[in-house]
Design a protein around this ligand. Structure first.
Ligand code: F0G
Length: 362
């Protein structure tokens, strides 16, 4: 390694090195990285003022290598799979897990298989998996059915393959690092952590992360966990499975979350809540995030901000509270939803006069 490379790594260490003391990293764990983690915590003054949360911050997880928070858990899970001698990995996905598995699997030289609900994957995510060389199987079913299938596939002996959904404990271990980063950046834990909930792994991982940091004496208090499901896919809110989940936020179109019990425990232990937000509320937050803050996230991610806005309007938010809303994935992943939300371009002939007229200046 050159001196300048060493200096660069010291300034921006690999995620698995930075939080090694909190992770199941051993000397035999390969130093896998695509540059995940160290994502920005953005102070959102304009949006915060607009939605009644004056001390609002955004954890912009779309800035991970494949554009979502999944990379934190995937780097850990794939490194451990390689350490254990795996040759192939498999996952079910609403899109982001498959994009991340495809990328980290490619980097580690593994075969990658993903099972997806046909027609329900945002275009960018599907292309990420295909471009990285994953074998993609689309089923005429939903995510919950795909997860049942991959769990069974991973148990068969004739084709050894490691499951990298968040039921793989290394995924949640890695995802805890986002909670660590937030505390490191704020110098304390937030009062409230607002987060979208789908398969319920991430809310569980954040809560485990905050608790681990508290146990290690790095923070003196833990946040209340506020989880938000889409109204058409809100099994935890209603306390029963949803057979046919529906929402514009395809990433969280899940009716039977694998980490249901862990999410309920996170809610209870943190004094938090798990609520539903409508597609209209999600899309309003999605537009406002871009227009007030310049942060383009995917629809599912905006559920966190939609939820904070709803609870603030209901008087459930102390205005002094420090709120961190997790924006789980990048807006560019889902160009079709974006396209349906925006006005068209303004046409003009290629002259100063015509452009001025088109702008209404003359
Ligand atoms: N936000 C985005 C952008 C997601 O992709 C997901 C989950 C979530 C939120 C919810 O996180 O499942 O841990 O509660 N996506 C998974 C996938 C299901 O397959 O990509 P969760």
């Amino acid at each position: 390694m050159t001196d300048s490379m060493a200096a660069g790594l010291a300034a921006r260490p690999r995620l698995l090195d930075r939080y090694r003391a909190f992770l199941p990293v051993t000397d035999a764990t390969p130093p896998l990285t695509l540059g995940e983690g160290a994502t920005p915590l953005v102070r959102a003054e304009r949006l915060g003022a607009a939605i009644g949360a004056p001390n609002l911050y955004l954890k912009v997880e779309g800035q991970n290598p494949t554009g979502s928070f999944k990379d934190r858990g995937m780097v850990m899970a794939v490194a451990k799979a390689v350490e254990a001698g795996a040759r192939a990995i498999v996952c079910a996905s609403t899109g982001n897990t498959s994009a991340s598995a495809a990328a980290y699997g490619a980097a580690a030289g593994l075969e990658v298989i993903v099972i997806l609900p046909r027609g329900q994957i945002a275009l960018g995510k599907l292309l990420q998996a295909l471009v990285a060389g994953a074998r993609v199987v689309a089923i005429d079913g939903n995510f919950d059915q795909a997860l049942t299938i991959v769990r069974a596939l991973a148990e068969q002996d004739d084709h050894p393959v490691t499951l990298v959904n968040s039921v793989n404990p290394f995924r949640l271990d890695g995802q805890r690092t986002a909670a660590f980063e937030i505390c490191d950046d704020l110098g304390r834990a937030p009062d409230i952590l607002a987060i979208p909930v789908g398969n319920a792994g991430n809310i569980s991982a954040y809560w485990a992360g905050f608790r681990a940091y508290a146990d290690a004496g790095r923070i003196s208090a833990t946040p209340r966990m506020w989880g938000f499901q889409a109204a058409g896919a809100a099994p935890i809110v209603h306390g029963r499975r949803v057979e046919r989940p529906e929402t514009v936020a395809t990433a969280i179109r899940i009716g039977d979350p694998a980490s249901w019990d862990k999410a309920v425990a996170a809610r209870q232990e943190s004094g938090g809540r798990i609520e539903a937000v409508t597609d209209d509320q999600i899309l309003a937050a999605y537009r406002d995030l871009a227009r007030y803050e310049g942060v383009f996230c995917e629809p599912a991610s905006a559920a966190s901000v939609a939820g904070v806005r709803t609870l603030a309007a209901a008087g459930a938010l102390d205005p002094d509270a420090t709120v961190v809303a997790v924006l789980t994935g990048h807006g560019l992943k889902d160009p079709r939803t974006a396209e349906a939300q925006v006005p068209g371009v303004i046409d003009a002939a290629p002259s100063v006069g015509a452009v001025a007229v088109a702008l209404g200046w003359s």
